[in-house]
Structures are given as structure tokens and as C-alpha cells.
Design a binder for this molecule. Structure first.
Ligand code: H2U
Length: 335
């Protein structure tokens, strides 16, 4: 029933809804499935500000790095020291100074690679850098949340094809993780287990939206997915933060990241764009047993390498909406 008729699905992590209209997916397939011309990026680009040895916009020179290279964003959205004051307690004009730090992380010295084209050992170095950054940024007294993310592809507004991600760390907990924190805390208090541990168990037994598993992780299209090919990588062992990962789990995370992004690239035979990132416990000094960290992927493509989903109209004014069901998306990604 659910598969054929319009219905709403609830996201218990963010306490929000998505409208699913599967009957619309039966309309004729009008979007072209196009293969884009092959990517001819060089392994080294003298004009790229992220390549080894090159000079960045602020005049600093990148080292001749071999694996992963992390540096302070030269155009950081957050600054460690701000001199502004809060503006009073007005109901209408509330503003607060926000302190923070922003880092850029080059995944590889190779300009022409992306995560799915890197080997697992190289991706493991990215995982290690995330753990290290979460640790050192989170240890700063004024940092309460560390957001690790990757914005891939020009269609996502990524300014440079050199494989890289970003980390923004700040003194407040931003809205999305805060919503997830509230929901997870409520669930934890009621059940004494993490929300995602119980969700994962049910998803695995239903086996409708699972993409693949390895020893330590499950990749799936969540029941409440908003983006057509949205996915999550969830650790089987509940843990609040990536610093809790054991060695074998870090390898398994690198493997899952690689395998999911390979499936993405294969779906429309293109270097699949997405915004992805890790939601985990804040770095506020509290234990946060309610948090079950996870990796989310929000890809914009809908039907081909060149047709993307627009979150406009009804989505802007009412609720996110999707046509193909998460089950269908999972089936396509599995295939
Ligand atoms: P995106 O392409 O995902 O926007 O990330 C590139 C980041 O790199 C961006 O945040 C930073 C930009 O501020 N950057 C530098 O820190 N130094 C430079 O020389 C150019 C770009």
C-alpha cells in the first residue's frame, strides 16, 4: 500500500516529515540518461590552490604533501576571536557572537582522484585526519561542536575538483545536530538504547533499504530519505563520536565510504555529486551516551548525470517531497 500511494514519512532523528508521492514515478521517464564526457583532469594542476607545492590565495605555500593535508581555511566563515556583544533580550532582535575555526582537508595530493577512486588505505588516512581534527578542535575550550563535511561536485557549489573536505568548529551546536541530539536523548532516556541501534536492527531484519554491510558498518537508504539517493553509513556498535572508533572500525569506515561512493558513481556513470558529513556528539565535555554517530549523504541527482532534484516550490513552502520511494532508490543503488 505504502509503495503506491502518497504518504508522509517521519524522520525520528530530526522530528520532521517528508511527503512521498510514488505514483508520480510511474509517469513516463522524460529525463535523459546521459554520459558526460570523460573527466580529463591532470594528476597535478599548477593552477590549483590545493595541489602540493602550490601557493594559496593568501600567499601561503602548500607543502609537498604525500597523503592527507589539513590547513586553516584562508577564508574561514568562523573566527576564533570576535569582539561583538550579544544584542539584548529583545524578542525580535537577538544576535550572539559566534567563535570558531574552519579547516580544509585535502584527501589526496592527486588532483584527478575522488574518494571512490582512492584505495581503502588512502581513505583510511582521511578517517585518521578526521579523528585527529575532531580531537584537537574539540579540545579547545570555546569549541562545542565540530562539523566534518565534504561538498563534492560543481553542482553542489564546490569551488575546486581537487578531492577535499572541510571542518567547521564552533561555540554553539548548530540546528541539525541539535535536533538529532534532542531526539536521541529522548529515545535514550525512554529505552536505555540508542535510537539508531534499534533502527538499524529493524532495518537489517526488514532488508528493504540496505545497500551493503561490512563487519562494522551498514549503508542504507533511510526510510525517511528526502533526497532521491540519500544514504547513511551507520556504525553497528553504538558510539557517540568518531574518536571512539577502534582500528578495525576505522578501516571498515574507509571501506564503506569507498563502496557507497562507487555505487553512486556507477548509478548514472558520472562522478556523483553530494554533500556528506558526520553527525556526532558535541565537544562540550559531557559523555552523551544518547549519541550514535553516523555519516549522511545528500546527493542532488534525480534521474541522470544532468537532471537534479530541486528543493523548490512545495518543498520550500511546506515539506520536502520525493517521487521514487527510498526502497526503489535502494534497489537501484544495489543494482
Ligand atoms: P569548497 O570548494 O568546498 O567551497 O572548499 C574550498 C575551500 O577552500 C573554501 O572554503 C578555501 C575556501 O575558503 N580556500 C582556502 O582556504 N585557500 C585558498 O587559497 C582558496 C580556497
Amino acid at each position: 500500500m505504502q509503495q503506491d500511494f502518497p504518504h508522509r514519512r517521519y524522520n525520528p532523528l530530526t522530528d520532521s516529515w517528508v511527503l512521498v508521492s510514488p505514483h508520480r514515478a510511474k509517469r513516463p521517464w522524460q529525463g535523459q540518461v546521459e554520459n558526460l564526457p570523460p573527466d580529463t583532469r591532470p594528476a597535478y594542476d599548477p593552477g590549483c590552490y590545493l595541489c602540493p607545492g602550490n601557493t594559496r590565495a593568501n600567499g601561503e605555500q602548500n607543502p609537498d604533501y604525500a597523503g592527507v593535508f589539513v590547513f586553516d581555511n584562508d577564508f574561514a566563515a568562523l573566527l576564533p576571536y570576535v569582539s561583538a556583544d550579544s544584542t539584548g533580550d529583545s524578542a525580535f532582535f537577538r544576535a550572539r557572537p559566534e567563535r570558531g575555526l574552519a579547516r580544509v582537508i585535502c584527501f589526496s595530493p592527486r588532483h584527478d582522484l575522488t574518494i571512490p577512486e582512492m584505495d581503502t588505505a588512502a581513505i583510511r588516512q582521511v578517517v585518521d585526519a578526521w579523528v585527529q581534527e575532531y580531537c584537537t578542535l574539540g579540545a579547545r575550550s570555546f569549541i562545542r561542536y565540530v562539523q566534518i563535511f565534504e561538498n563534492k561536485g560543481a553542482v553542489m557549489g564546490c569551488s575546486n575538483p581537487h578531492p577535499h573536505g572541510q571542518i567547521w568548529a564552533q561555540s554553539s551546536i548548530p540546528d541539525e545536530p541539535l535536533k538529532k541530539q534532542r531526539a536521541q536523548r529522548k529515545y535514550w532516556k525512554r529505552h536505555g538504547r540508542t535510537l539508531l541501534a534499534d533502527y538499524l536492527q529493524e532495518e537489517v531484519s526488514k532488508n528493504e533499504r540496505i545497500l551493503f554491510e561490512n563487519e562494522h558498518f551498514v549503508a542504507l537508504v533511510p526510510f525517511w530519505a528526502v533526497w532521491p539517493f540519500e544514504a547513511m553509513i551507520i556504525p553497528k556498535r553504538p558510539m557517540p563520536r568518531i574518536t571512539d572508533l577502534m582500528d578495525a572500525e576505522k578501516d571498515a569506515l574507509a571501506d564503506a565510504y569507498r563502496r557507497l561512493t562507487i555505487r553512486y558513481d556507477n548509478l548514472f556513470q558520472t562522478s556523483f555529486p553530494y554533500s556528506a558529513g558526520i553527525h556526532q556528539a558535541p565537544t562540550d565535555g559531557k559523555p552523551h551516551p544518547e549519541w550514535h554517530w553516523h555519516f549522511v549523504f545528500y546527493p542532488p541527482l534525480l534521474r541522470s548525470a544532468t537532471v537534479k532534484k530541486f528543493m523548490v516550490g512545495y518543498e520550500m513552502l511546506a515539506n520536502p517531497q520525493r517521487d521514487i520511494t527510498p526502497e526503489k532508490a535502494a534497489e537501484m543503488l544495489r543494482g
